[in-house]
Design a protein around this ligand. Sequence first.
Ligand code: DOR
Ligand code: ZN
Length: 349
Amino acid sequence: MSKFIKKITIIKPDDWHVHLRDEKILKKVIHYTGKFYQRALIMPNLDNPITNCLKSIHYKKRILNSMKLKYKFQPLMTCYLTRFTKSKELRNGFLKKIFIAAKLYPNDSTTNSRTGIKNINCITSVLECMEKIGMPLLVHGEEINKNIDIYDRELKFIENTLEPLRKKFPKLKIVLEHITTKDSVEYVKKSNPKYLSATITPHHLMLDRNDMFIGGIQPHLYCLPILKKNTDKEALREVIARGDKHFFLGSDTAPHLCKNKINFFGSAGIFNAPCSLLCYMHVFEEMNALKYFQSFCSENGPKFYNLPINKETITLIKKPCTIIKKVNIDKKNIIIPFLSGQNLNWSLE
Ligand code: DOR
Ligand code: ZN
């Protein structure tokens, strides 16, 4: 049926996992998210992470100031958990709606995670408080240990950290962010979606680990969690194509300057904001699952977060769209987006 669809209108989506960075980069990237999404959950892993209410209030102001008023866009803020996080600060931030959720980065798991959590037992009282007040815990679910193979980090995190955590705090609301494996799909699927849900990125739906090495190493496809096997990608695609309510849109758009991606130590992250929604559309169409496109993009997320569903709509039309080649940050620096210069079948009306 969907082969013949030329136009689709859905409730305006939200992106539940966005890195906007700060200063020059923020100013140049924000409009790509604002164009497609009504709200975005802003990740707190800046060079100087957002660890308290005051920092968050200031960061939110910088975000709002950097936006063109053209878009009615609402940033939703998160708190970066460290071993020094105070329950009182978190409770206050959540009750005053300064924070929507808190993010757990395992120490050294990804960009700016040097002050992430080494031992989850150090934040037991914080987690107790979050469970009590209904504040969602967002997790970068990778077990970081040099003896664990990079492809097994997600599964080991589920076995060694997430499962015990959920036993200890059965009513804690958790989002397993950017899941990448069949094991994660199976694990999340069997839970109560009120307490455990997951976001899925466009790149993990469209690529597998082979894509990183086709025609030479492709630094712009390096992200964390790293791209997995084709069978994992297929499991992610199938679960969203069945309309499973545990899963929702979180692009993990993660801009890095080109010079930091192509370096001795290349940064992890894929800047997909210019095309993320068009990519999801492409996947739902390929899967012949357009009837679930709206729930994935615009309904399952707000339901998990107990937030209202947006009132506005967005229309996509079947017309080729060429993704911008690069974003100029200043005279010397550019950011290369996902699918730079390539064509997709769908455009924003
Ligand atoms: O690829 C990634 N980039 N994964 C993350 O978890 C963080 C993100 C970033 O902030 O660059
Ligand atoms: Zn992220």
